[in-house]
Design a protein around this ligand. Structure first.
Ligand code: G1P
Length: 202
């Protein structure tokens, strides 16, 4: 594809994230691909995917962004079972999508940035519905764990907002607003005012 060109495919049925990526297989072709889930918004000095590309130059294989989450929230995520922990980088010996409460192998969660080998796309051809009855990208990645290419988690530097939730979306909006010189003063004054009004009403 020409650089700067945009192409899209529609996923006609909501059959899961793995199925959505599979729908784009002909656009991707036979090379590594980055997947970004736009409801995971990440504020970072160096963009999260750029951090991962730099780390990937060392490891190759497959890489997912990773972040510790509260244990009670683990069942909302793909969760990594860590083989070796090297700080920002971990190697992975297992991964499970939305583990049932109390069964998560850790609290290290997959966040929506991935660098995937063409083998993961091939795996999606045969990946059956998993958690929630959906075809899960996590399951297709997990099939590469024992291959020569392997799977790595990358603890990125930055703040992640879960814009799949209304509160997370609002937090991201406020946080990005406060980070801007042209908005900070007016926005923080407004926030202080409504916080005081709220307190007075309680
Ligand atoms: C998706 C992935 C999950 C990942 C999460 C991160 O789940 O399937 O592995 O942990 O994104 O936001 P979703 O949030 O779409 O249910």
């Amino acid at each position: 594809m020409e650089s700067g060109a945009v192409a899209y495919v529609r996923q006609h049925k909501a059959k899961g994230l793995g199925h959505a990526v599979w729908c784009a297989r002909r656009l991707i072709g036979d090379e590594p691909v980055a997947v970004l889930l736009p409801d995971d918004v990440i504020a970072a000095e160096t963009p999260c995917l750029q951090q991962m590309v730099e780390a990937y130059e060392e490891t190759g294989g497959n890489m997912v962004a990773a972040m510790e989450v509260p244990v009670a929230k683990a069942s909302s995520y793909g969760i990594l079972d860590v083989k070796e922990d090297h700080g920002s980088m971990v190697s992975v010996k297992g991964m499970v999508e939305k583990p049932a409460e109390g069964t998560a192998p850790s609290n290290l969660a997959v966040i929506g940035r991935y660098i995937l080998s063409p083998n993961v796309l091939d795996n999606l051809d045969t990946t059956q519905a998993g958690a929630g009855g959906e075809i899960q990208l996590t399951d297709a990645i997990a099939k590469q764990i024992n291959s020569s290419e392997g799977v790595y988690g990358y603890r990125f530097r930055g703040q992640r907002f879960d814009c799949g939730s209304k509160a997370g979306f609002l937090q991201a909006t406020v946080s990005f607003g406060l980070a801007r010189d042209d908005l900070r003063d007016e926005l923080s004054q407004y926030l202080q005012e409504i916080a005081l009004t709220q307190q007075a009403a309680e």
